[in-house]
Design a binder for this molecule. Structure first.
Ligand code: NAP
Length: 224
């Protein structure tokens, strides 16, 4: 990875939650400037301080409102439940223009979370694209990565399929996948996110059926 990427700041909206906090931890560990976002700035500061305590003073991480976090970040990552997806995106739409959004959202509809239930737009990431308009490059990534090993330093046995609205945006997202200690694959246009988001329900079902917590996927027969 080119070191100039470490100058980028990454906002993690909903970064107080399970998946977002784990990703924020991994990117802070890699040396990025991380902005943890929340509906409550106070809650975000607590989450950022917890990560600093885990990693030590040398890291660059701050907590603030989602709007503040999105405003001055270079890349914005969305990690909120699907029920909060539209509302959160609409609240930061203006601040995202000209940037890359990495959408981690899976459109789970409780209680049938092990059943694939896609929204009318095709996928959550395509819905994000509709909400944000053409001024934002949207990628979808990390949907198959369970949160439970992100906050420790274990190897995560799951690859990351990255879809997105341009090759360039996907390449930027893959750099963040690698910085998080994971293997990323360019999985093509944003329309393909339907498969990746849907795969999460299948993995949740496998976890339930076989008593595991972190079933994952790996690309075989190809190398990079
Ligand atoms: N958990 C996983 O293993 C995992 C794996 C892959 C993908 N994902 C996807 O990642 C996303 C986040 O999952 P998670 O497990 O991290 O969720 P979570 O912990 O339940 O929630 C994440 C954050 O979203 C914000 N939030 C919750 N309800 C909200 C609402 N009604 N309106 C606005 N913000 C709200 C909260 O932040 P504030 O209260 O601080 O605003 C919360 O800390 C989901 O779409 C999920 O499908 C999760």
């Amino acid at each position: 990875m080119n070191d100039s990427h470490l100058l980028l700041s990454i906002a993690v909206l909903g970064g107080t939650g399970k998946e977002g906090k784990g990703l924020a931890y991994r990117w802070a560990r890699a040396g990025y400037h991380v902005r943890v976002g929340s509906r409550s700035a106070e809650k975000a500061v607590i989450a950022a301080n917890e990560i600093r305590e885990m990693l030590g003073e040398g890291i660059s991480i701050e907590g603030m409102s989602n709007a503040e976090a999105a405003k001055d970040a270079n890349i914005v990552v969305l990690t909120v439940p699907y029920s909060a997806h539209r509302e959160t995106l609409e609240s930061v739409k203006a601040d995202l223009q000209g940037k890359i959004l990495i959408d981690v959202t899976v459109p789970l509809v409780p209680p049938k979370v092990a059943t694939v239930q896609m929204p009318a737009a095709g996928s959550a990431a395509q819905e994000a694209r509709e909400i944000l308009g053409e001024g934002v490059q949207v990628c979808a990534a990390f949907q198959n990565i369970g949160y439970d090993h992100l906050l420790d330093n274990s190897e995560v046995e799951c690859d990351v399929l990255v879809t997105g609205t341009s090759k360039e945006a996907r390449a930027e997202a893959i750099k963040l996948v690698q910085a998080a200690g994971l293997k990323g694959w360019d999985a093509g246009p944003l329309e393909n996110s339907v498969v990746v988001e849907g795969m999460t329900s299948i993995l949740i079902g496998i976890n339930k059926k076989y008593g595991s917590t972190h079933a994952g996927i790996k690309i075989t027969g190809a190398s990079q």
